[in-house]
Ligand binder design. Sequence first.
Ligand code: HMG
Ligand code: MG
Length: 293
Amino acid sequence: MIRLVEVGPRDGLQNEKDIVPVEVKLQFIEALAQAGYQEIEATSFVSPRWIPQLADAEEVSHQLKPHDGLTYTALIPNRKGLQRALECGYRRVAVFTAASEAFSQKNTNRTISESLQEFAPLVEEARKAEVSVRGYVSTAWHCPYAGRIDLKETIHVTEALIAMGIEEVSLGDTVGLAVPSEVELLLEQLHHHREKIALHFHDTSGTALANVLRAYQMGYTVFDCSAGGLGGCPYAPGASGNLASEDILYMFEQMGVPTGVDLQKVAAASSQLATHLNRKLPSRTLARLLATP
Ligand code: HMG
Ligand code: MG
């Protein structure tokens, strides 16, 4: 069994230039919820000046429909983000930092150590409110500004997040340049933490699914994905979308590995969004499903 974290409504939409109306976001999230995910990252409570697309986080969050077995998550950069998420009733939030100083500065205007210092009391506050915390380490292998990352940095940040009580750390290949041998090198060294590690691959180079397979073969079972393969970070030039949910679902389904998520329903959610965006989405499996009657 693997667990998929659907990040399409947050990572998928944050890079869209034209503002997607709240009703369209809600339809998209509801269609994904009906596909059977256990966790959907619905939005982020970041500065609306930095990510205008998600300035409607409160409006979206207040209208999310609860579903048995599903937890909605919100991405937050700081205490202000936590307060906003708590006011909207989230039971799980996700903080984010990076293995690259240059990326941390561009993405959050903070050094890595400033972010970590800010997260420690935040995690404590979340724990008191009985809210669980996930954490992202962006640029785990490659940085758009600093190039290849010394894996010691990635391990250091990952362990710092785990030490402060963060329950799951998602390692981000933010620019989508990692290949299976690099994934293996890092995951070997984090193997004792594997129950607490998730993998978050962007698919710029077409290697995301190969990376997932390598991680799965090494005993890692939590993967982030985005419906249709939408996604990217405005502060990571050159990066393309996340690994498409349809593509990872197809692979595991055919391998006989249960995911609990219905591929056809995810494809229907993506297809509805593609109609709104008026363009084809990157997922290859989605394209095949739409082409086959
Ligand atoms: P800053 O400008 O340094 O913030 O931004 P500040 O602390 O100096 O505050 C400036 C203003 O922002 C103040 O307002 C604050 O109240 C406000 P003013 O007094 O000027 O009116 N502010 C906020 N407003 C709303 N919500 C908040 C918040 N915090 C401060 N939470 C900050 C620092 C971190 C806020 C900014 O850099 C930011 O929002 N960055 C987020 C960028 C982002 O969302 N990037 C994409 C997500 S990360 C990602 O995609 C990677 C991932 O997918 C994994 C991977 O692929 O690797 C997760
Ligand atoms: Mg991402």
